[in-house]
Design a protein around this ligand. Sequence first.
Ligand code: FA5
Ligand code: MG
Length: 448
Amino acid sequence: MRPLIRTARCWLLRARVRAMATLPTAPPATAISFTTRPLYTPSSRSHRRLLARFFSVAPASAGARGLRAAASAVEVGGVKIAREVDVVKEDDLTNNVPDTIFSKIGLQLHRRDNHPLGILKNTIYNYFDKNFTGQFDKFDDLCPLVSVKQNFDDVLVPSDHVSRSYNDTYYVDGQTVLRCHTSAHQAELLRDGHTHFLVTGDVYRRDSIDSTHYPVFHQMEGFRVFSPDEWSGSGMDGTAYAAAELKKILEGLARHLFGAVDMRWVDTYFPFTNPSFELEIYFQDDWLEVLGCGVTEQEILKRNGRRDHVAWAFGLGLERLAMVLFDIPDIRLFWSNDKRFTSQFSQGKLGVKFKPFSKFPPCYKDMSFWINDAFTENNLCEVVRGIAGDLVEEVKLIDNFTNKKGMTSHCYRIAYRSMERSLTDEEINNLQLNVREAVKDKLKVELR
Ligand code: FA5
Ligand code: MG
């Protein structure tokens, strides 16, 4: 058993601080459940498979190391997060956080008033202030390190849900993750007595690489609780009443942000809401999903002090909305420090159209290999990003076949492009060479 107090892990620290503030004699509940074991049963086959998958790419964190010397500590919401102690643990096989990800913690793009994400966040806050004067509490500095319980259990994510896998989520260890959605804060804020709140924060997911997906992005969570007297006179049941207000508010928000825009509701599934919906907006000749939402599962309200109430919740992707609003063609641009990008945006100016400052063509390189059982596309993307960083624009499967011996070959096309400068042939050839080596070494695939 590891010592309980070893790191400055925010959820543990906050639990301790809260326990000290409110229950001086009671031990903090979350700290007690701290063990070295993952929450899902370690003996289960699916868990072993997940770990096996992860083990085959464990050195991915080493791949990124060459890119930059990461700062050794950052501070978020008054909590110091140390690289080695709290996030990147090279010798811990239950850790899959590379340096490229650690380097994004604490940047908090959503808190920069001149950044498209900050401008958008402030506009949405203003919309809620106008429609619900003074009712919504706002949080945009909550620590992204959360417990598995907060991220998954508290919002009823089933123990075998794919989002819990090492393939999809960044684990610091068996009990701690980088939050993969702002819904991770719902339960504790409810327990703290909040009934109307907005939470904005950076979220982390192992994902594919293309112009609308990035492993770190920003979400805003909205949550609003109704007491029975609010819907009792309406002739509707609580769920229908909450769903109707939710859709009205979000359509109003979309009009507030975009004016006239083509949008549509799509029915979907989330473990924490029922019914659940997604809102899509027409962008670059396609429907782009910009948010998920729904009526909160009773169980969540019941467990957190709001039995007999109903609530709605939404989680919107700030980058996705900002791409449409500011005409930003590639999600990597949000991370650019290039003055030609940053100088185009200023506080309070929503919807200024971004003027591209470079039109360098992408350079495509293909690579084919025989995959193995442990191969996943997310692992491949992480290895490629570990070598090429933000110079990789897209990783796309272009060919896939199985031969008579049952061996499966994948061919991926990697698009390299800098947002800021032209890349030389030599640079790209070197990158591709290093990518091939890293893919072979870390994913144990057979290059063709
Ligand atoms: C969720 O994360 C839910 N927690 C949202 C929610 C909250 C539903 C409350 C119901 C109630 P989802 O995984 O679909 O859902 O992500 C929400 C939004 O984040 C998406 O609609 C999209 O706009 C954005 N998003 C998701 N993945 C990425 C990514 N890799 N890069 C950029 N934006 C993303
Ligand atoms: Mg979704």
